[in-house]
Design a protein around this ligand. Structure first.
Ligand SMILES: C=C(O[C@@H]1C=C(C(=O)O)C=C[C@H]1O)C(=O)O
Length: 287
């Protein structure tokens, strides 16, 4: 398909999460076909969630929880997500005591997340049966644990903290969710403001295909992305091959089922105002 064009509209502002987990979807993005039509904004998930809600960006990878909060205003790009069928390997609770003993204890939550903080609350309240006191903090493990019995980190902060010496218990939230529900978990989705779909349908279609192209190339040639991660972030190339290979970037029926289960629990526990359905962009989308 031809994804280049000439036009005079203002650029579409696209949000990119500042963590390695999204690299496969951005690494081979064909910027050369877009020239000055798009602008990339790189931030942590909580900032992108806010920027998309406020209309400061038009299309973004965001926390799946943030999609649920604004589902009326967004459509989802199909066939792309950041999901895990069990272990996610970059969303960890570091804790000084077993989960069952965290009732009434203080838990520090990274201020960069929306999905994982609610996932933790759902799991602890609904499945483990404890009610800790939560507070938000910058993602620095040492500082967090000075004031808390447990700390939740996501993304590269979690990966780097897991490489350090720690006498803590370390729990992978993707694995724990799978243990209790038997389903996968979707942490991030690609959402577009409906207004943008209405104003620039043709560009959204080309951007969708560009992301799909990047995803396909990264899957076919995993070495390149793993190599870049190894040089930029550290660890070993094998670590990153395993990390990217373990994450699921699809958004098919299985991943949707897991996410809808999460939304249902979030609604039942009062974290969401109303039940949520998934609405996908198609090239025929009208709003
Ligand atoms: C897999 C991850 O998924 C992420 C978790 C998010 C959240 O908790 O809100 C948001 C986007 C993703 O970056 C990760 O950060 O490690």
């Amino acid at each position: 398909m031809n994804i280049s064009t000439n036009n005079i509209e203002s650029p579409i502002r696209i949000g990119q999460i500042r963590y390695t987990n999204v690299w496969p979807i951005f690494y081979h993005f064909p910027f050369e076909f877009f020239d000055e039509e798009i602008e990339f904004v790189e931030q942590v998930p909580s900032d992108l969630n806010r920027a998309l809600a406020e209309g400061n960006i038009d299309l973004s990878v965001i926390s799946s929880f943030a999609y649920a909060q604004h589902a009326d205003n967004y459509v989802l790009l199909p066939n792309v997500s950041v999901s895990a069928h069990s272990q996610v390997k970059s969303i960890f609770l570091f804790h000084k005591k077993p989960l069952e003993e965290l009732d009434g204890c203080r838990i520090a939550l990274t201020n960069t997340s929306a999905t994982s903080v609610h996932l933790l609350k759902i799991i602890l309240e609904r499945f483990v049966g404890v009610s800790p006191d939560y507070f938000y903090e910058q993602p620095d493990l040492d500082t967090m644990l000075q004031e808390a019995d447990a700390a939740l980190l996501i993304g590269d902060d979690a990966i780097k903290a897991s490489w350090g010496e720690t006498d803590m218990l370390v729990t992978d939230l993707g694995e724990l969710w799978h243990h209790y529900t038997g389903t996968s978990m979707t942490f991030a989705v690609w959402a577009v403001r409906k207004q943008m779909v209405q104003e620039q349908p043709e560009r959204i279609e080309r951007i969708f295909h560009a992301f799909q192209m990047s995803k396909e190339l990264s899957t076919r040639f995993p070495d390149e992305v793993a190599d870049k991660a190894f040089h930029r972030i550290g660890g070993t190339k094998d670590f990153w091959l395993d990390y990217f290979g373990n994450l699921c970037y699809d958004f098919g029926p299985e991943e949707q089922k897991g996410l809808l289960k999460y939304y249902q629990y979030a609604y039942e526990l009062g974290f969401l105002d109303k039940p949520v359905e998934l609405e996908f962009w198609t090239h025929k989308t009208t709003v």
